[in-house]
Design a protein. Structure first.
Length: 340
């Protein structure tokens, strides 16, 4: 295979970034086609890139194009599972933005179809490709800080923006990153108990419409480690993504909101500029995850972030929803959620 011919599904904010990365930043792939159900969206994106590529309003038509080798799924989260299944059934390698699915039944169907069709699947948990998080994972695997005992992962968006988000967004679309991060930094461990406290503190007037904008999640793992994941939709100081692992022989901290290593010292005191956008903070990670996917498909290698990984993070997210509803801890045993 020469260059991997990629079809992009979804020309919105994240899809546009991935499409531009394939077109301009990854030499082993070309952006062959774009599909978006919104009339004119695919054509507009292709024109903005200055590319003469195929465009579709029907995603299935693109998936059935025999020239498309792989599909990037960047459609709305609630459509991910059905789109992955459609792409896989058409024999396409698939890169899917998180979450892969929003129910375990969806996730299991995705895994079954991908296995039956023998196509590669990678899920967009980009923090695994951020150098600090990747270095931390490698040091933990190497035993540099002993056995993980306490872990922390947080996501704080710089502004709420549109508060009319789908129900449970904070667990299924935001904290899902943190759940995957905690699993990544606590290798081979499985969650056994989950408890959540959450509320609408940024925009309380939208709570009755299903918005939760602030959450803290406690997770106990089967290796004894205890973890905390937290999220808030409005950190006025910048886009804040960090992690910490305390082990029996040391500690690792990762993540920074700094725009650069420069610190400004004036009569007002010390200060520095912060990043306000995820595609700036995690630019290299977003590009590297696609490079990794393209390399895996072209060279018939296993993908780095599997459907099984996505299912494991989803299980914690679903436990959070159950814990919030019941206001109790939820035990996780053999993929079954049970309130304590």
């Amino acid at each position: 295979m020469s260059q991997l011919k990629v079809g992009l599904l979804g020309a919105g904010r994240m899809g546009a970034f991935h499409g531009e990365s394939i077109a301009k930043r990854i030499p082993d792939a070309i952006l062959y086609a774009v599909a978006d159900p919104f009339p004119g969206a695919a054509e507009k994106f292709a024109n903005e890139l200055g590319l003469n590529i195929k465009t579709y309003t029907d995603p299935l038509e693109m998936m059935q194009d025999p020239n498309v080798d792989a599909v990037i799924i960047a459609s709305p989260a609630r459509t991910h599972a059905s789109n992955v299944i459609a792409a896989a059934k058409n024999g396409k390698a698939v890169f899917c933005e998180k979450p892969m699915a929003i129910t375990l039944e969806e996730a299991d169907e995705v895994l079954q179809v991908v296995k039956e069709m023998k196509v590669p699947l990678q899920v967009g948990f980009n923090r695994r490709f951020s150098k600090g998080f990747k270095d931390a994972h490698e040091e933990i695997v190497a035993g540099k800080i002993g056995t993980p005992q306490l872990l922390r992962s947080l996501t704080r968006d710089p502004e709420l923006g549109n508060p009319n988000k789908p129900e449970w967004t904070i667990f299924l679309e935001t904290l899902i990153h943190d759940f995957d991060t905690l699993l990544y930094l606590n290798p081979n461990a499985k969650p056994v108990e989950v408890f959540v406290m959450a509320d609408a503190l940024v925009a309380p007037e939208f709570k009755d419409k299903g918005l939760l904008d602030t959450a803290v999640v406690s997770i106990r793992f089967d290796n004894g480690a205890i973890a905390v994941a937290e999220a808030n939709f409005q950190a006025v100081y910048g886009y804040d993504v960090r992690g910490e692992v305390f082990g029996s022989e040391g500690m690792l901290q990762v993540g920074s909101i700094r725009e650069s290593s420069m610190t400004r010292y004036t009569k007002e005191g010390a200060s520095y500029n912060t990043l306000r956008y995820d595609q700036d903070l995690l630019f290299d990670a977003y590009v590297d995850e696609l490079k990794d996917f393209v390399d895996a498909v072209k060279n018939n290698k296993p993908t780095s972030v599997t459907g099984e990984d996505a299912r494991s993070a989803l299980l914690i997210a679903l436990a959070c929803i159950e814990s919030y509803k019941e206001k109790k801890s939820v035990k996780v045993e053999n993929d079954v959620l049970m309130t304590v």
